[in-house]
Design a protein around this ligand. Structure first.
Ligand code: TYM
Length: 339
C-alpha cells in the first residue's frame, strides 16, 4: 500500500469568513479529505500580524474551527487544530526567518497591500515575516499539496524556494509543496467593486457575502452588486463585465457546473435582476446546512475543544519529528532528557 499524500492548509481567524474563503479553500479541502492525509489549521499566529482584540480572536478561532466542521470536514479523517497549539510552528518559523532574504519578503504583494493600509511606524515586523511562518506551517508536515485561493500563489512559491534552499544547504529535508488552485472560484471579487478581491477584512457593507449571513442579508448584498449597463449574461475578461463575470463564477463554483451550462441556465433570463436572484438563492441553499451545523457546534464548545485537542496531538506527532531533524541539521545542541 502506498502512503497517502499529505495536504495542509489554513485560514486566519481575522474576520468573518466569506464565500471567497469557502470556494477558494474550504470546498477544496473537503473534496480531498478521503484521498489525502489532511491537516487543517486555524492560523491564529498569522492573524496577530495585524492588531487583534484578545476576546474577539478567541471567539473567532472557535468560530473558524466550527466552520471547518460545518463545511464538511470530518475530524476522524482530517486533523483540525489551532496553529498556536503546536509550538513547532513558531520554532521552525524562526529558523526559516533567519534563512529568508528580506528582499523576498518585501516583494510579496500581500505585504505591500496590507502595509499600505497601515501607518508606516505601526507596521509590526510579523507582517513582513508572515510568509516564513506560512512556509513553516507547510514544511513541518511535509505537505505535497496546499489547496488555496489564487492570492496565496506567491507565498507558495516562496515556500518552495525556502525548502529548496534548506535542502541544498543541509540535505534533503523538506518535500516541495505544490499550490492547488481551483479552476472556478480561485479569486472571488468584491460585490461592490469587482476589480478587488473579496476580503474578510473589508469594512464596506456590500463588499462580501459572509458564510454566516442570513438569507435576507445575502439577497440584499447580491441584488446590490455592481454590474454594467448592458444585459449580456456571459463569462468575460472585459473589465466592464467584471461584475457579471464574478456573479457567474460564483454560480459556477457553487453549482459545480461548466461555464457553458451556467450560461445556458441564464440564457432566458430577462436581465441582471434574474441573474442576481439565481445567484443569491443558490448561495443561500448551499450555506443553509453549513449555518445550521455551525450554530449547533458553537453551542457545544466542549466538543469543539476536544476535536482541537485531538487535532493538535496528531499535528504534534508529525511536526515535532520534522522540527527535531531540522534542529539537528542546523547544529542545535539537543537537550538532555531530564530524569
Ligand atoms: P486567508 O485567511 O486570507 O484566506 C484563507 C483562504 O481563502 C482563500 N481566499 C480566497 N479564495 C478565493 N477568492 C477570494 N476572494 C479569497 N479570499 C481568500 C485564500 O487564498 C486562502 O486559501 N496566508 C493564508 C493563511 C495560511 C495558510 C498557511 C494557507 C497561513 N498558513 C499554510 C495555506 C497553508 C491566508 O492569509 O489566508
Amino acid at each position: 500500500m502506498t502512503a497517502k499524500k499529505r495536504v495542509l492548509s489554513g485560514i486566519q481567524p481575522s474576520g468573518s469568513l466569506t464565500i471567497g474563503n469557502y470556494l477558494g479553500a474550504l470546498k477544496q479541502w473537503v473534496a480531498r479529505q478521503d484521498r489525502y492525509d489532511c491537516f487543517f489549521c486555524v492560523v491564529d499566529m498569522h492573524a496577530i500580524t495585524v492588531p487583534q482584540n484578545a476576546d474577539d480572536l478567541r471567539h473567532k478561532t472557535r468560530e473558524v474551527a466550527a466552520i471547518y466542521l460545518a463545511a464538511g470536514l470530518n475530524p476522524d479523517k482530517a486533523a483540525i487544530f489551532v496553529q498556536s497549539h503546536v509550538a513547532a510552528h513558531a520554532e521552525l518559523a524562526w529558523i526559516l526567518t533567519c534563512m529568508t532574504p528580506i528582499g523576498w519578503l518585501q516583494r510579496m504583494t500581500q505585504f505591500k497591500d496590507k502595509s499600505a493600509k497601515q501607518q508606516q511606524d505601526s507596521i509590526g515586523t510579523g507582517l513582513l515575516n508572515y510568509p516564513s511562518l506560512m512556509a513553516a506551517d507547510i514544511l513541518l508536515y511535509q505537505a505535497h499539496e496546499v489547496p488555496v485561493g489564487d492570492d496565496q500563489r506567491q507565498h507558495l512559491e516562496l515556500t518552495r524556494d525556502l525548502a529548496q534552499r534548506f535542502n541544498h544547504l543541509y540535505g534533503e529535508t523538506f518535500v516541495l509543496p505544490e499550490a492547488m488552485i481551483p479552476e472556478a472560484g480561485a479569486r472571488i471579487m468584491g460585490l461592490d467593486n469587482p476589480t478587488a478581491k473579496m476580503s474578510k477584512s473589508d469594512e464596506s457593507e456590500y463588499h462580501a457575502v459572509y458564510l454566516l449571513d442570513t438569507p435576507d442579508v445575502i439577497r440584499k448584498k447580491v441584488m446590490k452588486s455592481v454590474t454594467d449597463s448592458g444585459r449580456d449574461i456571459r463569462f468575460s475578461d472585459e473589465p466592464e463585465k467584471a461584475g457579471v463575470n464574478n456573479l457567474l463564477t460564483i454560480y459556477q463554483a457553487f453549482s459545480g457546473q461548466s461555464r457553458e451550462a451556467v450560461e445556458a441556465h441564464f440564457a432566458s433570463a430577462r436581465g441582471y435582476g434574474d441573474l442576481k436572484k439565481g445567484v443569491a438563492e443558490l448561495i443561500i441553499e448551499h450555506l443553509r446546512p453549513l449555518q445550521e451545523t455551525h450554530h449547533r457546534l458553537m453551542h457545544e464548545p466542549g466538543y469543539l475543544d476536544r476535536i482541537l485537542a485531538d487535532g493538535a496531538a496528531r499535528a504534534h506527532a508529525v511536526a515535532d519529528a520534522t522540527l527535531a531533524r531540522v534542529k539537528t541539521s542546523i547544529g542545535f545542541l539537543p537537550p538532555l532528557a531530564s530524569s
